[in-house]
Design a protein around this ligand. Structure first.
Ligand SMILES: Nc1ncnc2c1ncn2[C@@H]1O[C@H](COP(=O)(O)OP(=O)(O)OP(=O)(O)O)[C@@H](O)[C@H]1O
Ligand SMILES: [Mg+2]
Length: 258
């Protein structure tokens, strides 16, 4: 069985991509799945910080040819491994399409090891973001309820649609006060998307604003790693249930296969 691949993006920075990625990974790991996180925020990677780990080898070493992908894997917690994009490497901000494709293809060396690959993307619209989303089975766009977040998410959707007609996008409202607010934000952006670019978005629920998520960063223990049936675990869990299985070779182009 191939790994389910999931990219996490947003138009606007700070919407909660990394917080969602790590808590989704923790939830899945707690249900017994083996999860690999790829911190594709190359240059300003920070997933390791949430687990109070130091990174040594990174994806940059694989791109430079000085390490094999297997050598860059680090354990964050039981059943959760990390490949980090590294931080502070300004030379690698613009990888270029060929290196992006080589990076995606490098994951084939890990075939059969993981149940899930979760890719935490940088904010904004770039070749890296678009190519990784085209290569993934599930694509989350994390958005907040403010006009600039909606505008930036819609800008990303337009670019994605122009690159891949049938891309699978799940719009996930974050930092909302109530489930009703999440529904209404989803309807707002889905209406725009259906009307202007003929793309229907999926919705598996929203994420409420909660200090539990901030504490994930403050304590070094993401809230969904803990055993308790917290509100955060319940909402992340219900989103996780919607994840689509790997597509059956119907998608063209360079895809994650592991
Ligand atoms: N549901 C939530 N409730 C409360 N705080 C949240 C929630 N989600 C994220 N945050 C907080 O928002 C801030 C930004 O989150 P995060 O770093 O995950 O965003 P990001 O989209 O990955 O940012 P960047 O674009 O810089 O990569 C953090 O302080 C985090 O604790
Ligand atoms: Mg981030």
């Amino acid at each position: 069985m191939r790994a389910i691949t999931t990219a996490v993006a947003s138009g606007k920075g700070g919407s909660g991509k990394t917080t969602f990625s790590i808590n989704l990974a923790c939830f899945l790991a707690r249900t017994g799945k083996k999860v690999l996180i790829f911190d594709a925020d190359v240059g300003t990677a920070n997933v390791h910080i949430a687990f109070r780990k130091k990174i040594t080898d990174t994806l940059i070493d694989v791109i430079k040819g000085t390490a094999e992908i297997q050598e860059t894997i680090q354990e964050l917690a039981p059943n959760i491994h990390l490949i980090s994009g590294g931080s502070g490497y300004t030379d690698f901000i613009n990888l270029g399409i060929d290196k992006i494709h080589l990076t995606i293809q490098a994951f084939a060396a890990l075939e059969g090891v993981y149940d899930h690959l979760i890719v935490d993307l940088p904010a904004g619209i770039s070749e890296l973001v678009v190519e990784i989303m085209k290569a993934s089975d599930n694509n989350f766009i994390i958005g907040n309820n403010d006009p600039s977040s909606v505008a930036d998410a819609f800008a990303l959707l337009k670019v994605l649609k122009s690159h891949q007609e049938n891309i699978n996008v799940i719009f996930t409202p974050n930092k909302v006060e109530t489930p009703a607010e999440a529904q209404s934000l989803y309807h707002k952006i889905n209406s725009l998307s259906e009307k202007y670019i003929n793309l229907s978005l999926r919705f598996y629920g929203g994420i409420t604003a909660s200090k539990d998520y901030n504490l994930s960063w403050a304590s070094g223990i993401p809230c969904c790693l803990e055993e308790t049936a917290s509100k955060a675990s319940v909402e992340i869990g219900s989103i996780a249930k919607g994840l689509c299985q790997p597509a059956e070779n119907t998608q063209s182009g360079v895809r994650f296969v592991l």
